[in-house]
Every structure is written in structure tokens, then in C-alpha cells.
Design a protein around this ligand. Structure first.
Ligand code: ADP
Ligand code: MG
Length: 241
């Protein structure tokens, strides 16, 4: 369970609050899409959830299998080390923990297969397409066995088709691993495909404008169904209203 209660963040008092009493709850293993105006504090929110930045006020509770939940962060620009191969990037967390080469190799191979990257483990990031690089970044996050994956506009630099494939992959990982994720996105379609719930944020000072229930998210042929387009219209109305 993730509980965010009256979360506020002010960087400079003269600029006013960025986040201003933001609250929402998310059951463990559920997925959330966050959508809101540019500059409203979406990245700031993810940093606070990841424990990389402190809140000015309010509470964040991320439940996990072992006390506080462990989060993994996936960035828009992949954040891969160019001097490491795909397999080495994936096994990075294990390397930092001092795992031996054999166990690192095993984890990397398993995740390469799960993400459809068979045979690409020895390539360097520069030798991979954008979609493949983002798959490596997802695999690297999964290798840390997180309770929650945080994604900051992860697919926005990819072409439309690659982007939909990656969205399918995230739903697949969610189904197979029961792993919750929070994705920040600018795309209403992406929010409706990936979020069991959709948080629409206001402009600064930022609160949750609406938390929209979206039970049909992630189903195989959703993109062809009327309920998909109905929900897209609903989210757009909330954003504009
Ligand atoms: N480290 C920081 N110091 C001062 N201001 C910041 C810092 N990080 C973000 N901000 C400000 O907070 C606001 C929200 O930023 P951000 O979270 O990046 O928005 P979003 O991701 O929604 O576009 C912006 O006005 C930005 O300038
Ligand atoms: Mg941002």
C-alpha cells in the first residue's frame, strides 16, 4: 500500500509551493498513471516517493515486503552506462552488492529473455535502438527486485509503435510479477492504457484534481474498444475543466 498524505514541497519560499497538500492512496501492486501540466511537480513527486528528495510537509508511506518498500526509478533518457554492455547494465545493482559473476550472468540472461532481448546482452547501449535501450533500463530496474517502479515519462522519446510495445511489456511485467508502478506521462492514451488509477494534477500549487478509476486498463485489445476512448474523453474533460 502506498499512502501519500497532504504532501507539500516548496523549494524557494518566494516562488511559492510546488506541491500543496497532495494526497492519494494506492493498494500494493496496483498501477497509477500521473498526468498534469508541465512544471506542476510530477518529477518532484517521483523524487520524493523514491526517497531522493525530502518533503516540506506531509507523509509518504510505501509499504513493502520488508518494511519500507524498495523503489526503482526508470528515467526518460534510459540512464544506461555507455561503457557497460546491456547485460552489465542490467546486473549493475547485483555488482554493487558484490554478487559473483555467475549469479549476475544468470539474472541478466533471465531478464534479457523476459524483455525480448535475447542475444543482445553483449551489445553496448550505442548499438541498441531506443526501444531496446528502454527495455534494458526496465530489466535493470527489475533486477533490483523492487516493490514499486517509478517511471518519469519513460517512453516519450520513442516512436508510437515502439511506445505501445513497451506499454504492453509493462502490463505484462505487472501481471507476471504483481509489481506496482507509477508512471508520469504527458499522454492521455498512455495514462488510460497503463493506469489502474489515473491521478490528474492541477497547476501549481499542485494538488490531485481527480483520481479516476480505470478497471479496464491494460487489457489486450483495449486500444480498439469504445471504453478506451470513453475514458480518454473523461480524462480530457477533467484536465480541461
Ligand atoms: N531542485 C530544485 N530547486 C528549485 N526548484 C525546483 C527544483 N526542482 C524542481 N523545481 C521547480 O519545481 C517545479 C516543478 O518541477 P518538476 O517537478 O520538474 O515539474 P514537472 O515534472 O511536472 O514538469 C518547477 O517550477 C521547477 O522549476
Ligand atoms: Mg518532469
Amino acid at each position: 500500500m502506498i499512502a501519500v498524505h497532504q504532501l507539500s514541497k516548496t523549494f524557494n519560499p518566494e516562488d511559492g509551493a510546488v506541491l500543496d497538500g497532495l494526497s492519494f492512496e494506492l493498494p500494493a501492486g496496483e498501477t497509477l498513471a500521473v498526468i498534469g501540466p508541465s512544471g506542476c511537480g510530477k518529477t518532484t513527486l517521483l523524487y520524493i516517493l523514491a526517497g531522493l528528495s525530502a518533503a516540506s510537509a506531509g507523509k509518504v508511506n510505501i509499504g513493502g515486503r520488508r518494511g519500507r518498500g524498495h523503489t526503482a526509478f526508470i528515467l526518460q533518457d534510459f540512464g544506461l552506462f555507455p561503457w557497460k554492455t546491456a547485460a552489465q547494465n542490467i546486473a549493475l545493482a547485483l555488482e554493487l552488492k558484490g554478487a559473483n559473476a555467475a549469479s549476475r550472468h544468470k539474472v541478466a540472461e533471465t531478464l534479457l529473455t523476459e524483455l525480448g532481448l535475447e542475444g543482445l546482452g553483449q551489445r553496448y547501449p550505442v548499438q541498441l535502438s531506443g526501444g531496446q535501450k528502454q527495455r534494458v533500463a526496465i530489466a535493470r530496474a527489475l533486477a533490483t527486485e523492487p516493490d514499486l517502479i517509478l517511471m518519469d515519462e519513460p517512453f516519450s522519446s520513442l516512436d508510437a509503435l515502439t511506445r505501445e510495445h513497451l506499454q504492453n511489456t509493462m502490463v505484462d511485467m505487472w501481471q507476471r510479477k504483481g509489481l506496482g508502478y507509477i508512471i508520469v506521462t504527458h499522454s492521455v492514451e498512455e495514462a488510460v492504457f497503463l493506469g489502474r488509477r489515473i491521478a490528474v494534477l492541477t497547476d501549481r500549487p499542485t494538488r490531485v484534481k481527480a483520481l479516476i478509476d480505470n478497471p479496464s486498463f491494460g487489457t489486450a485489445d483495449l486500444r480498439f474498444k469504445n471504453c478506451f476512448f470513453d475514458r480518454i474523453r473523461e480524462v480530457r474533460r477533467v484536465m480541461e475543466g
